[in-house]
Design a protein around this ligand. Structure first.
Ligand SMILES: CC(C)(COP(=O)(O)OP(=O)(O)OC[C@H]1O[C@@H](n2cnc3c(N)ncnc32)[C@H](O)[C@@H]1OP(=O)(O)O)[C@@H](O)C(=O)NCCC(=O)NCCS
Length: 247
């Protein structure tokens, strides 16, 4: 096994004001073999520039990081999707045992790489939402109560839990019975990277006991990763789009 760690990469795709006259980065990504011709063509349907950049950066990040981990040229890595829609990776056209998952929100794109199924979610913080109402609608009753009892931390609790639960659903790919409300979290008390165990009370058949999640509070964003590997083995990196070329 080349690398047993779960690696998480977060890229800031904000464009600076002085980038206005430059050819778009996406063209150089295509020329470098970091995007395939079909990915480039397919993205033309995404009219909103930020949505297009999120999607393309997700593919660039996944291809370059996978290629780096495998020690191959990025052009040899391609992607296909399971019936659920979850993408998986191929090397020279054959499926490989390195797994990945992508998430994007606002000006951040996140990638998780692991040796087993993995899900990642990144969410821009939204302090003005009606968190208690959303929690009652989407989460398990015990979680909604925990959020409502959060006082000034209500929106933080909601954002963190939303990212964690989305990461779990995305690890599963096809989702879980009951969606976000079909399983509950139990905090286990770590201070900085809080880990949580999935409590199987509400979906005993569907939630294995060995899932591991970790959560990061980033400026303006929450990010969570869920995998079958112990959370202590996850490594988080934050980079810029420019740094991809040299990292
Ligand atoms: C589909 C889904 C993953 C999109 O999530 P989102 O919060 O809107 O968006 P995110 O930015 O976190 O993730 C989007 C990325 O996840 C990946 N993805 C797509 N479908 C996926 C799936 N079923 N499982 C895991 N990852 C998926 C893709 O890479 C996608 O980005 P891309 O289209 O630019 O390549 C979300 O609806 C979800 O979590 N579903 C849970 C699984 C599920 O119920 N699927 C129903 C289909 S059967």
């Amino acid at each position: 096994m080349p690398n047993a760690h779960t690696e998480v990469w977060i890229v800031d795709i904000a464009q600076r004001a002085d980038e206005g006259d430059r050819p778009p980065d996406e063209l150089s990504w295509l020329m470098a073999g970091w995007l395939s011709a079909s990915e480039w063509d397919g993205a033309r349907g995404l009219r909103h520039p930020l949505i297009r950049r999120q999607h393309l950066m997700g593919r660039v990040l996944a291809r370059t990081r996978l290629a780096h981990r495998l020690g191959v040229a990025p052009r040899r890595v391609s992607f296909a999707s399971a019936p659920s829609g979850k993408p998986y990776a191929l090397l020279d056209g054959a499926a490989i045992s390195v797994h990945f998952n992508i998430s994007h929100s606002g000006e951040r794109v996140a990638l998780a790489l692991a040796e087993c199924e993995v899900g990642i979610d990144i969410e821009r913080r939204a302090p003005d939402i009606d968190a208690p109402a959303l929690a009652r609608r989407f989460f398990a009753p015990a979680e909604a109560q925990w959020i409502e009892s959060g006082g000034p931390r209500i929106s933080q609790r909601f954002g963190a839990l939303w990212a964690l639960k989305e990461a779990c659903l995305k690890m599963q790919g096809a989702g879980l019975p009951g969606g976000l409300g079909g399983f509950t979290f139990q905090r286990t008390g770590f201070r900085h990277v809080r880990t949580v165990a999935v409590e199987a009370a509400e979906a005993p058949a569907a939630v294995p006991a060995n899932w591991h999640c970790s959560l990061r509070a980033l400026p303006d964003y929450w990010a969570a990763v869920c995998t079958l590997l112990p959370f202590a083995q996850s490594r988080w990196h934050q980079i810029t789009a420019e740094a991809l070329a040299v990292s």
